[in-house]
Design a protein around this ligand. Structure first.
Ligand code: ATP
Length: 235
């Protein structure tokens, strides 16, 4: 579904990605783990077109997308939930969800999807008329994921969904990620610092250090890999 081929991405003269390659198949959850500053967010930004790579190729559903604009990439079916969530604080939960569907014009489909989201996240249903900014951190993360789902993505990019949340809420979010993958048939590219949980929910994983991929394997193998256990799982 997605083939990232040897991309190099820069911020001015600083090279953040030093030639990385990643493949994602339809239906998978893949996770990219690594320390602060390794280049995980830059990888997502390169895919979504916000920070286009200077070299290399990104092929999605058979088409090169590395020169497309972010909105063209969204229209192709790639949707990103950014780190820090960035929901609209003064819009209600329902209005935030409507914003996620801005590229669609099938009114009845949008309404149906919104009801489906409320089944998936009952807490959001209870708060549908509440302003986004007044939700708890966990609820805002649920809203950010839901808003992305309203675009009916083929590929969902999640940047640090666990960031700043309590352990119980993190577990709920990861359960939902699994459900979205299994029941909604959405392919997921998950960037996480919580390597333990990410590898438990993912099928495969990539480890990133200093702008390079240093390991790629099944999530199961990475969980039992001695280097990964020492560096990222604190074992
Ligand atoms: P974190 O988990 O802390 O978000 P990360 O693995 O997502 O880390 P990136 O945010 O992709 O890492 O950063 C990769 C490198 O690029 C870092 O050295 C960072 O300082 C640098 N970088 C990121 N954004 C910019 C920017 N806007 N301008 C200059 N350098 C940047």
């Amino acid at each position: 579904m997605l083939k990232i081929k040897n991309i190099q991405t820069y911020y001015g003269n600083i090279q953040a990605l030093k030639g990385i390659s990643i493949e994602v198949s339809q239906g998978e959850i893949i996770t990219l783990i690594g320390a602060n500053g390794a280049g995980k967010t830059t990888t997502l930004m390169s895919i979504s077109g916000v920070t286009a790579p200077r070299h290399g190729e990104i092929i999605f559903m058979g088409r090169p997308i590395q020169r497309m604009s972010p909105d063209e990439i969204v229209a192709m079916g790639i949707c990103q939930v950014p780190e820090g969530r960035h929901i609209f604080p003064y819009l209600t939960v329902s209005e935030n969800l409507d914003m996620g569907a801005f590229l669609r014009n099938d009114k009845s489909g949008i309404k149906k999807d919104m009801e489906h989201i409320f089944d998936l996240f009952p807490i959001l249903a209870n708060r549908r008329n509440q302003q986004g900014g007044t939700l708890s951190g966990g609820e805002q993360q649920m809203l950010a994921i839901s808003r992305a789902l309203m675009a009916r993505p083929r590929l969902l990019l999640l940047d640090e969904p666990s960031l700043g949340l309590a352990p119980l809420i993190i577990r709920q979010i990861f359960e939902i990620i699994k459900k979205i993958n299994e029941e909604e048939n959405t392919t997921i590219f998950l960037v996480e610092q919580n390597a333990n949980l990410a590898l438990k929910v993912a099928h495969r994983g990539y480890v990133m250090e200093n702008g390079k991929i240093t390991l790629a394997d099944s999530a199961k193998n990475l969980l039992s890999n001695q280097e990964v256990r020492k560096a990222y799982l604190g074992i």
